[in-house]
Design a protein around this ligand. Sequence first.
Ligand code: NAD
Length: 530
Amino acid sequence: MEISHSFFRRRRSNGGAGTRLGTEVAKDYSRERRQRMKKFDQNRKDLNGLKHISTSKDWKLLYFEHGRPGLEEEVRKFKGLCSYCELNEICSLPKPVTGVWRCKYYKATSSKKTSLYENVIKQLEMAEDIVHFDRDICKILADTMNELVVHFPVKMDDGNVKVLTGYRVQHNNALGPFKGGLRFHPLVDIDEIRALATLMTWKTAITNIPFGGAKGGIQLDPAEFSPKELEKITRRFTYSLGNNIGPEYDIPAPDVNTNPQIMAWILDTYMSTVAPTERNRCIHVVTGKPVESGGSQGRNKATGQGIVFLIEKWAKDHGFNLKGATFMVQGYGNVGSWAARLLKRHGAKLIAVEDVSGAIYRKESIDPDDLADYVKEHNGLVQGYPRAQSIDHERFMTTKVDIFIPAALENQITSETAELLNVKLIAEGANGPTTPEGDKVLLSRGIDVIPDILCNSGGVIVSYFEWLQNKRSEFWDVREVDQKLHKMIVSAYERVRDAARRHKVDMRTAAQIVAVSRLEMVYKERGIFP
Ligand code: NAD
């Protein structure tokens, strides 16, 4: 088996592991860690999961091992040690985060944002190790085609001018026009958009739709702007993108913190900048529009609907009864709330929900529709929902349920949090919610995963339907949309499941294999210009 190729490694690293600096730090850390671990091993005694290390004059030191739900309350009574690096340092933080105490050292290293793009490339490498794809084609796919960064001024309500930064990354268009969402979030950066654009290429390839992959975003916190300001920002960003988007070239759609209204503003701005004779020929420049403005029936719920179709399929394959099954959702926006509401129709019970404002829990079940109504009236947040108790992140992650639907942001299931989870299936609504290290833990713990590039592809599938309807001046009813979505997403699932069996790999690696195999075939057939 060939070790990973250098072309995967050469990209824009920001000082993380793999760079010279990163490697030296890692070496020092390993040496120090070995010495300290030796001391640590001499001291510790097992105490029902709480590992008693030593008792000094001032501290009763306890070590909390991951993945032992129910012990948090007991552990919280004591000052703890960092269970990540085992440096035997007393944590400087006031309370445990995600079930572990973190020492000063951990804080320092974790202040760097995990590179989602590096994770995406690692997944490509893993598939490449199994199937040995054509090296040249992997070289092409390991890079993005076009990257646009725009800085644009917008006049705020108070008369001041703010300069914002927006991105559009086009990863690949071998299979058709670039396609991918637009995200408004303060943590948006080029690394994240590159990664998400790449994931879009895999997604469209797996589902056999004639699109490539792209993604865009603006680095901002929408909560800091008035609706009027958000409209101006959206319109000015669209104007800045100019001909880099277009109905037959690159087609945006909603993603985190963007919605049909924002798509309508993009459409209107784009239409206003083309010749009057062209205006009605470019309605498919965005998908996920309001139905009245040319959107498709069923698009708003499409990603959640696709997730539920796949959970149903997984349940059928595993002889698992969804009636009475329990689940929890992270993120109660478009994807999370629709997935929850549609899963309820199969008799499954929502037990816990987490969003950016906190987490809630109810043993007997939370009504997803009632929660959706509450969230709509409370700035999109679950906090304060009166018919459930509030819990912390750690408690949320350790909740015992059958199915977990992460539907918020990336890098949520790490090697640490994967140890905490007490679930049978993870249906990934979010893009990139699991790190490669988290994946290893899930695999070793026998937790099934329906990977993001397959699981949340319902959105792009129905976007494709919207694009087709716009081009043909057709309107399909929601039943027709759902039937077509079901057929497409379930056959994608079957392709991935069969590849997993054939290559004896997990579903994520199999999904990657299916995607790259399709792209490889197309590149081989067409050759490389000139
Ligand atoms: P959204 O803006 O409607 O909702 C995002 C949700 O995540 C909100 O409830 C928010 O409170 C929550 N959240 C944000 N940060 C969080 C944190 N740190 N911890 C817990 N919760 C947090 O976005 P969406 O459209 O539902 O997208 C959610 C995920 O699904 C994203 O990863 C997105 O890329 C992916 N996705 C969306 C679509 C789509 O059609 N909208 C399609 C495919 C994939």
